[in-house]
Every structure is written in structure tokens, then in C-alpha cells.
Design a protein around this ligand. Structure first.
Ligand SMILES: Nc1ncnc2c1ncn2[C@@H]1O[C@H](COP(=O)(O)OP(=O)(O)OP(=O)(O)O)[C@@H](O)[C@H]1O
Length: 744
């Protein structure tokens, strides 16, 4: 392999750099530099032909070595001899190859660019410098005489261009050479010299042309290479740009990321600063706290020292106290023994005292029971002194609709309280006006005396206060009968039953309440009571049960007496009562049945007697006492006369009135007989159903109260006077009784 081949082959094998060379990275400026380099090489070659040759001789491989070699060859041609035109050796052929040599095949872009970019660059292609070396060596340093060898090299470098004028002139040259020897020494030598000069000139021109053509070819190759480099560079540039864009994008992202990180770090920094400031504050607080604590510590140390000294004192005291306690324990033991003895003595005393107390209690209870018995006797005596049959009169207030009555309210006078307290009797006076037979107006005054008179202002409570003692007598074992007597509408039902409120409650609910309350108090004294209630109605001498089942009583009831003389009504319902509320339920039930009966039979309620009976049974196991009594609260039928009741024109009403008068008259007779107080005397109970029904309640030492209810109206004065006369009859019977008087 020749030297040239050795130099070219490596170049062609130079691998194309995969990396981006510094020149390419710098982009277009480098490419322009490439063109500039070419231009420079072109311009410099003729101006300093020797200089490059020197560099070649000295081993320089500059990029313009090719030009230099050409220039050198031209210089060497001055020593041109015909022998130099020997056939082109293989070395010369190889020297001419660079013209067609694929310089553009230089794959090392960076190397190529560098060699073309600068004529002075040390990194030039070795191929070119190697190719130029033979010419340079021979042309510059060797003398003209020995330049033939070099000329052959130079010629061989020129010869590859076919058809050149050099080739044409070479022929004559070959012919000239021998001819020159045939020219004479005079003009012949001058002509010979002249031809040589012409030949040299011709050769120089030819060489110059060849050189130019070679340069053009080289330049074209260089251009092609440059273009290839340019397109490769463009591709690489595009790649680089996209890569650059990606890198820029990546960098921007990194910048954004870094920004975010920066912000985060700044935030963290801010928080850290805050934290630090807080920590500083905490440290300051802690320092302050430490200072305080150290002060406290000092104080406590001082206290501790003081306490320790106190402790020593206390320990000494404790020792003394321990000794003292020991001695005290001994004393305590002695004291305990004394206390036990004292306790035993005290217990003995307590037992004695308890025994005394129990005896005393038993004595007191005995005294109480005796006192209770005495109280009962005294109470009874008081009641007897007051009269076992008493009569009260009660005038009801005028009702709202009665204010328009033509005659108005009657003129009524009530006795004063002072006189009442003196005599124990209450007076009521009515004034009436009538015409005499002579046609003169006559004024009459009707005065009546009763045990008590209630004016219209008296309430239910006031009335019951006077009756309550009688209710107490029931628990003491005395039968009590309280009658409400008077004409229809005079206030009998109001007095006995009253209204729904506590204030307007009548005598029946009040008496029941009082009996239940009193029986509860008597429990402390050993008394236990059982009570039951019965509510009957007597209409036209027939008994109806107001507490029976169904709306209307259809059973036939009869009054019967057992062997012991106890009276009972057949098929009559008797309801056990355990509390006062049951009595109200019982009264409501009776009232509704009376209302049904009243609807069925015209105004029957006012034409019938209603009898509420409370049976009371008491037992006292402590005293072995027992009692049984009944309280009868009777709402009598209206006491109207036949004329005023309108019964004279109605057969049924007449029958009602006759029966009412009959029963009221029988009642007056019974009360009168009782008032006589004759032991074993006849009492006409059997004259009416009412008196027969009340026989048990009105017998013996029973206490009876007649409440004469009166209307305040002038229109009712006639009936009012009739009622007053009936009540006076009952009252006078009692008043005139020997019993009261005897008691005095
Ligand atoms: N002392 C009073 N205070 C207020 N209102 C009364 C009083 N006495 C009776 N009345 C009223 O007078 C009216 C007649 O009374 P009550 O029904 O009690 O008469 P009575 O005599 O029972 O009649 P009857 O025989 O028709 O049953 C009733 O509206 C009653 O509320």
C-alpha cells in the first residue's frame, strides 16, 4: 500500500461522529467559516507559495496543502527537464488521484469542517497534506539541477488532465530536446534559449490552466462536500433544535418545578421562622418560668429548711406526745371501764324509763279513751241540750230571672245576732199585706223562731258549720236525719246536694267528707270504720232505687225488719265507700237516674222524696267498743198546697200531692212523737212509706234536723208561710219538750 493510500483510506474510514462537535454546536457560523476557509485557501495559495511549503517540509498538515503542492509544482517546473515527462509512475498516478479522490467522502464532519474553516488550522486532513508532500519536498528545498526527480512528480501531478495543451506541446518538446543540441553556439544558442523560454512560458500557462482546473474541481468537490455537510448539519440542526426545544421545555418544567419547590421552601422558611419566633417566645417564657421557679425554689428551700427545723421540733414533741399517749391510753382504759359501768347503769335507767314511759303512755291512752268516751257523752249531751230535733230556716237568694217578678221580693227581716246569742233562737219576720172585708189594706207581720235562720247571703259552708256536729255524732254512734223541707224551687236540692265546686258543694258531700276525715283521725285512738251508701226515692209511696242497674228502676222494693229490729229495703243497692270521691260518683249516678225518671214522669223529682243513707260501722279493738249508726239526708218533695200546685185540675198531680201531704204529715207526727221523748211512747212510723223507711234513723236518741227552705219572692209568700208554720210545729214540739227544760 502506498503512502497516499495509507493516508486516504483512514480518512474514508473515519466514522461519522455521533456526537455533536463543537463546531456544529456553534451552528451556521461554523459553516460560513467553512466557505471562508475555502476562499482563504484560494487566495493565499499564490501569494505565499513558499510559506506553506515550509510548513509541509516541517511536517505541517495544513488544509491548503493541496494548493501549496500545486504551487510548489509550478515553482519546481522552472527546473523542468524533458526527462521529467517519463510515464507516470504508480506513485504519480496515486498522486493525481486526489483530484478525483473523494475528498467529500470525508466522513469526519468535525475534522473536515476544521480543515476547511481555517487554512492555518493544525487539525487539517492528513490525506491532502500527504498528497502534497512529494511535490513540496522536491519543489522548495532542492536545487533546480536536482529538480528533475521532483519535476517528474510535479508533471505526474499535471498529467492526469487529459486533452490539455501541455500534452500537445509535449510532443514538440520531445522533438525539441534533440534539436537543441543541434543548434550552433551563436544565434543558434540564442534561438535555442528563446525557444526554451517560450516553452517554459507555455508550460507555465498550461500548468496554470491545469492548476486552475484542478482547483475548480477541488472547489466543486469541496462545495459538494460543503453542501452535504450543510444538509447533514441542517438535519443535525433540526434534530438539535427539537432536542433543544425539548431541553428548553424540560428546563422550563424544571424551572417551574424549582419555582414550586422554591415557593414551598419559602413557605417552609416562613413557617420555620414563625416556629422559631414561637420557640423563642417559648424559650423566653421558659426562661422567665425558670427564673420564677428558681425564686420559688429558693423560697421553698428556705421553707424546707424552716420546716426541717420545725420537723425536728415536732419529732421531739411527738416523742413526748407518744409518751403522753401511752399514759393516756392507760387512763383511757380505766375511763372505758368506767364508761362501760356507766353505760350499764344508764341502760338500766333507760330500760326503767322506757318501762315507765310505756306505763305512762298506756295510762294516757287509757285516759284518752276515757276522755273520748266522755267527749262523746258530752257531745251528745250538748246535742241534746241543743235539742235532738232542731229546725233551721234558710232563705234562698232571688234568682236573676226573678228580679222581674211583678210582686218582687217579699219584705223579710232577720233577728239580730246579739239577741240570737242570748236566746239561742233566731227570728225571721215576713210582712204581708191583704185586704179586709171592709176593703181596707191590712198589714200583717209573721214572726217565727228557729234554732238558726240563714239569710240569702249564707253560703253552703256557713250552713254546714251548724250541721257538722251532727255529722260527728254519726261516728259516735248516733243516728242522724237531716231533712230539707219546702215548696218546689225553694232550694232544697241546692242545700242537700249543691253545685259541682267545693264552694257550692251541699250538705251531703260535705257531711261525707267530714265523716271520712274524722274517721281517719279516730284511727289513732283505735277506731276502724266501714261505710256504705244507699240512695232511694219515694214517689207516690213507692220506693225506687237510684243506684240500681239500668236507666230506670223497675224492681219492687219492700221495707223489712229482721228479728233484731234492723230495717232493710229489698233489692236496694248499697255501695261500700272507701273515700269521699266515691260519694260524688254515687250522687251523679243518682242524679242522672232522677233526670231520666223526670223525663218519663212530669217533674217527678220535685214530687218525690229522695233519701241518701250513709251507714257507718265502727270498731275499737283497744276499748272493745263498737258502734253502728246511719246518716239520712232527705230531700223532701215540694210542700205546695193543692191549689198552688195545680193538682186540683190534674188527677195524677192530685194523687202526688195527696201522697206528699200524707207523708209530710206523717213525718211531722213522728217528729212530734219523738219530741215528746216519752219512753216506750208510740211513734207513728207506719203512716207513710217515708216514715217507715226512716224508722231506724228517727228512733231512740237520733238527732234530727229540719232545714226549712224558703223562697224570697212575694209571690211565694203564702207557701212560704205554710212551710214556716209546718217548721214551727216541728220546732215548737221540740222546744216544748220536757227534756230540754229538765236538763236546765
Ligand atoms: N242558697 C242558694 N243560693 C243560690 N242559689 C240557690 C240557692 N238555693 C236555691 N238556689 C237556686 O234556686 C233554684 C231552685 O233550687 P232547688 O232546685 O234546690 O229547689 P228545690 O226546692 O230543690 O226544687 P225541687 O223541689 O223542684 O227540687 C236552683 O236554680 C238553685 O240553684
Amino acid at each position: 500500500m502506498s503512502e497516499d493510500q495509507e493516508n486516504v483510506a483512514p480518512i474514508s474510514r473515519i466514522p461519522r461522529p455521533t456526537g455533536t462537535s463543537p463546531a456544529l454546536k456553534s451552528g451556521i457560523p461554523t459553516l460560513s467559516g467553512l466557505g471562508l476557509g475555502l476562499g482563504v485557501a484560494k487566495r493565499k495559495a499564490p501569494s505565499s507559495p513558499i510559506q506553506p511549503a515550509k510548513r509541509v517540509a516541517s511536517g505541517s498538515n495544513g488544509p491548503n496543502s493541496l494548493v501549496q503542492s500545486t504551487s510548489t509544482a509550478r515553482k519546481a517546473s522552472s527546473g523542468f527537464v524533458p526527462t521529467a515527462r517519463k510515464p507516470v509512475s504508480s506513485t504519480g498516478s496515486s498522486a493525481g488521484r486526489p483530484v478525483a479522490a473523494p475528498v467529500g467522502r470525508l466522513s469526519g464532519t468535525s475534522t473536515r469542517s476544521a480543515s476547511l474553516a481555517s487554512t492555518s488550522s493544525a487539525g487539517s486532513s492528513s490525506t491532502i497534506s500527504t498528497r502534497a508532500r512529494p511535490a513540496g519536498i522536491g519543489a522548495t528545498k532542492r536545487p533546480p539541477a536536482s529538480a528533475s526527480a521532483s519535476a517528474s512528480a510535479s508533471t505526474s501531478a499535471v498529467r492526469p488532465i487529459p486533452g490539455s495543451r501541455l500534452g500537445k506541446s509535449a510532443g514538440p518538446g520531445r522533438g525539441v530536446s534533440p534539436g537543441f543540441g543541434g543548434v550552433g553556439m551563436g544565434s543558434g544558442s540564442q534561438a535555442k534559449s528563446h525557444n526554451v523560454d517560450g516553452l517554459q512560458e507555455l508550460i507555465e500557462r498550461e500548468m496554470s490552466q491545469i492548476e486552475s482546473q484542478n482547483l475548480i474541481a477541488l472547489k466543486q468537490n469541496a462545495d459538494r462536500e460543503a453542501r452535504q455537510h450543510l444538509s447533514a448539519a441542517s438535519e443535525e440542526l433540526a434534530l438539535l433544535r427539537s432536542s433543544h426545544a425539548r431541553e428548553v421545555e424540560e428546563l422550563e418544567k424544571q424551572v417551574q418545578r424549582k419555582d414550586r419547590e422554591k415557593r414551598g421552601l419559602e413557605e417552609e422558611l416562613r413557617e420555620s421562622r414563625d416556629e422559631i419566633s414561637r420557640e423563642r417566645q417559648t424559650v423566653r417564657d421558659l426562661k422567665q418560668s425558670m427564673a420564677e421557679q428558681s425564686t420559688q425554689h429558693m423560697t421553698l428551700s428556705a421553707q424546707l429548711t424552716a420546716s426541717q427545723s420545725q420537723l425536728s421540733i415536732l419529732q421531739a414533741e411527738i416523742q413526748r406526745a407518744t409518751l403522753s399517749v401511752s399514759s393516756m391510753k392507760a387512763e383511757l382504759e380505766v375511763g372505758r371501764q368506767k364508761a362501760r359501768d356507766a353505760e350499764d347503769r344508764a341502760l338500766k335507767k333507760i330500760q326503767d324509763a322506757e318501762e315507765d314511759r310505756d306505763k305512762r303512755i298506756a295510762e294516757i291512752e287509757e285516759q284518752l279513751r276515757t276522755a273520748e268516751t266522755i267527749r262523746r257523752k258530752l257531745h251528745n249531751q250538748v246535742q241534746e241540750l241543743k235539742g235532738n230535733i232542731r229546725v233551721f230556716a234558710r232563705v234562698r237568694p232571688a234568682l236573676a230571672h226573678e228580679a222581674e217578678s211583678p210582686d218582687g221580693v217579699a219584705e223579710i227581716k232577720y233577728g239580730d245576732e246579739r239577741k240570737e246569742a242570748e236566746t239561742g233562737q233566731s227570728e225571721i219576720t215576713f210582712k204581708s199585706r191583704s185586704e179586709t172585708a171592709m176593703g181596707k189594706e191590712r198589714e200583717q207581720v209573721h214572726s217565727f223562731l228557729f234554732d238558726k235562720v240563714f239569710d240569702p247571703s249564707a253560703g253552703q259552708k256557713d250552713v254546714f258549720e251548724e250541721i257538722s256536729m251532727l255529722a260527728q255524732s254519726v261516728l259516735d254512734g248516733y243516728n242522724v236525719c237531716i231533712f230539707a223541707y219546702g215548696q218546689t224551687g225553694s232550694g232544697k236540692s241546692w242545700t242537700m246536694e249543691g253545685g259541682d265546686s267545693d264552694e257550692t258543694a251541699g250538705m251531703i258531700p260535705r257531711a261525707i267528707d267530714m265523716i271520712f276525715t274524722a274517721s281517719a283521725h279516730l284511727k289513732d285512738r283505735g277506731w276502724k270504720y266501714q261505710m256504705e251508701g244507699q240512695f232511694l226515692e219515694v214517689y207516690n209511696e213507692v220506693i225506687n232505687d237510684l243506684l240500681g242497674s239500668g236507666q230506670f228502676d223497675t224492681k219492687k222494693h219492700e221495707i223489712k225488719h229482721d228479728k233484731e229490729g234492723k230495717m232493710s229495703v229489698t233489692d236496694a243497692v248499697s255501695i261500700p265507700l272507701s273515700n269521699p270521691r266515691q260519694v260524688h260518683t254515687l250522687l251523679d249516678r243518682a242524679k242522672s237516674r232522677r233526670a231520666v225518671a223526670a223525663t218519663l214522669m212530669n217533674e217527678r223529682s220535685s214530687r218525690s222524696h229522695s233519701v241518701f243513707t250513709l251507714k257507718v260501722r265502727g270498731v275499737n279493738p283497744l276499748t272493745d267498743e263498737s258502734c253502728e249508726a246511719m246518716l239520712n239526708l232527705v230531700d223532701l218533695a215540694g210542700s205546695e198546697r193543692l191549689a198552688s200546685s195545680g193538682a186540683d185540675s190534674n188527677k195524677d198531680r192530685m194523687k202526688e200531692t195527696i201522697n206528699i201531704n200524707k207523708s209530710l204529715s206523717a213525718l211531722a207526727d213522728v217528729i212530734g212523737a219523738l219530741g215528746q221523748g216519752q219512753a216506750g211512747g208510740h211513734v207513728p212510723y207506719r203512716n207513710s212509706t217515708l216514715t217507715r223507711l226512716l224508722q231506724s234513723g228517727l228512733s231512740g236518741s237520733s238527732k234530727t234536723l229540719m232545714m226549712c227552705n224558703l223562697s224570697p219572692l212575694s209571690a211565694h209568700l203564702g207557701e212560704t208561710l205554710c212551710s214556716l208554720r209546718f217548721a214551727t210545729k216541728v220546732n215548737s214540739t221540740v222546744v216544748g219538750a220536757a227534756k230540754k227544760q229538765v236538763t236546765k
